[in-house]
Design a protein around this ligand. Structure first.
Ligand code: RP5
Length: 162
């Protein structure tokens, strides 16, 4: 079983959540990705969250939109770190998703990322950073990724009017 599990509330979340997968792939981290809905497949959610640690998962990334209970409900069933990604919703632009995920009661933690693509990509990065605490090859890959990003900014300082 890959060390990172990406789950999302609906197939419609995949265009956003694939940013987490792309980041993990770029850093050479194996992941699994599947749809698990807090509302439509509650029994699957419970089974997934309760068995994830025994299956070898070390970090869970959970993305959902609207009344986004998925990350919090998963966190309720596992000691693994859970990173929540608020998916941009059609009606409220993801503010509903953000508030649903971020306002966890004291005692059950979900690390909440930004709304949408940036949040999903950073969830992948953060998951990799957690794993890198005990993986020096991964630490080197993250350091190289960050350096490449820095070099790109420093190498592109031409701010010309069109
Ligand atoms: C949530 O409802 C999902 O996470 C998704 O963001 C949202 C809409 O789902 P669909 O109606 O597109 O399946 O549970």
């Amino acid at each position: 079983m890959p060390r990172v599990a990406i789950v999302m509330g609906s197939q419609s979340d995949w265009p956003t959540m694939q940013q987490a997968a792309l980041m993990l792939k770029q850093l050479g981290v194996d992941y699994s990705a599947r749809v698990v809905s807090a509302h439509r497949t509650p029994d699957l959610l419970t089974e997934f969250a309760r068995t994830a640690a025994d299956e070898g998962v070390q970090v869970i990334i959970a993305g959902a939109g609207g009344a986004a209970h998925l990350p919090g409900m998963i966190a309720a069933h596992t000691h693994l770190p859970v990173f929540g990604v608020p998916v941009k919703s059609r009606t409220l632009n993801g503010l509903d998703s953000l508030l649903s995920i971020v306002q966890m009661p004291k005692g059950v933690a979900v690390g909440t990322l930004a709304i949408g693509d940036a949040g999903a990509a950073n969830a992948g990065l953060l998951a990799a950073q957690v794993l890198a605490l005990s993986d020096s090859r991964l630490k080197d890959a993250i350091t190289a990724f960050r350096q490449e990003q820095t070099d790109k900014v420093l190498g592109n300082q031409q701010l010309e009017l069109p």
